[in-house]
Design a protein around this ligand. Structure first.
Ligand SMILES: NC(=O)c1ccc[n+]([C@@H]2O[C@H](COP(=O)([O-])OP(=O)(O)OC[C@H]3O[C@@H](n4cnc5c(N)ncnc54)[C@H](OP(=O)(O)O)[C@@H]3O)[C@@H](O)[C@H]2O)c1
Length: 292
């Protein structure tokens, strides 16, 4: 199968490109090769390669910066998927698009997970722009799958766990406040890549939730990861109000992978099991990178 991947240099894009490259003809484009906010650029690349499937891993993911850079966030997160949907629809291709837990307001009682049927109500520009992207894909593409995921980490790129590691290594005794009243599921991009491989040829359409099983707070997740890495630390739990950010974030970001499970297609394990596997595979490289 011929597959075009956009955002190929991002943390998910790297893992998806690597995994699918074993079995398929993959064309992986970074933002320099293909700017998804340009319809002309999108059409040019689609018409050159004629992919059967396009997987959109590109997004403007700096959640707090989106509050200031609203126009740019909307260009990438809303117009981008709209352009891709139009381009693939013209060629009768399938579009796999990645969205987010931040389309929800997080008011659901914890630890209840949001299902695909729950009402959306984003709290931030990032969430609103990603929701507009979902809506454009749904309206334009007659063959699409939108995977909503959350709290991603992986070997390639920047993420919360890597930041925690860098800070703890720099000074294990330094008190680091970490938010302990937002709940979600830390999800490994390598597992999400396997999930994308699984749904590639399925007849699933519409929106599916796709995150690791179980949930934690940011604080609990960071402690688990640093303990697995055997790194001493002095993390201290704090509340969202003690750590104010420009973008509001949902208190409950837990997603229930209901449709994937109903279809017998979910590949997800517990978030702890995936962190253990991530550490087993990359401990040495993670330490090297964090020490600079
Ligand atoms: N990270 C999370 O915790 C999280 C949570 C929920 C959902 N998601 C969703 O999961 C997907 C993958 O996220 P990720 O963590 O892999 O993000 P990431 O590491 O930030 O990668 C996103 C990629 O998109 C590229 N990009 C930005 N603007 C672009 C444009 N105009 N045209 C083409 N490419 C562009 C970036 O390239 P440059 O760096 O060159 O700009 C970057 O390589 C996204 O849809 C995101 O919204 C992520």
């Amino acid at each position: 199968m011929k597959i075009l991947i956009t955002g190929g240099q991002g943390q998910l894009g790297q893992d998806v490109s690597k995994l699918l490259g074993h079995e398929h003809k993959v064309i992986s484009c970074g933002s320099k090769e293909l700017d998804i906010s340009s319809q002309e650029a999108v059409d040019r690349v689609i018409n050159r390669h004629h992919p059967q499937v396009l997987i959109n891993c590109a997004a403007y993911t700096a959640v707090d910066t989106c509050e200031k850079e609203k126009e740019l966030a909307w260009q990438v997160n809303a117009r981008g998927p709209e352009n891709l949907a139009r381009g693939m629809e013209a060629r009768d291709g399938r579009l796999i698009h990645i969205s987010t837990d931040y389309v929800f307001d997080g008011n659901k009682p914890i630890p209840e997970g949001y299902t695909e049927e729950d009402a959306v109500a984003p709290l931030s520009q990032y969430g609103r722009s990603k929701l507009a992207g979902e809506q454009a894909v749904t309206e334009i593409s007659s063959d699409h799958l939108i995977l909503r995921t959350a709290w991603l980490y992986g070997w390639g790129g920047k993420n919360f766990l890597k930041t925690m590691l860098r800070l703890a290594l720099a000074d294990p005794s330094r008190e680091l406040k970490v938010v302990n009243d937002q709940h979600g599921s830390l999800t490994w991009t390598a597992t999400l890549a396997r999930q994308i491989e699984t749904v590639l040829t399925s007849d699933l359409q519409g929106i599916v939730h796709a995150t690791a099983e179980g949930s934690s707070t940011w604080y609990q997740g960071a402690c688990y990861f640093l303990d697995a890495m055997e790194i001493p630390h002095n993390l201290v739990p704090c509340s969202t109000s003690e750590y104010p950010t420009p973008a509001h974030r949902p208190a409950n970001s837990i997603l229930e992978n209901r449709r994937l499970k109903q279809a017998g297609l979910s590949v997800f394990n517990s978030w702890q099991g995936d962190i253990d596997a991530f550490v087993r595979l990359y401990r040495k490289e993670l330490l090297q990178e964090a020490k600079g």
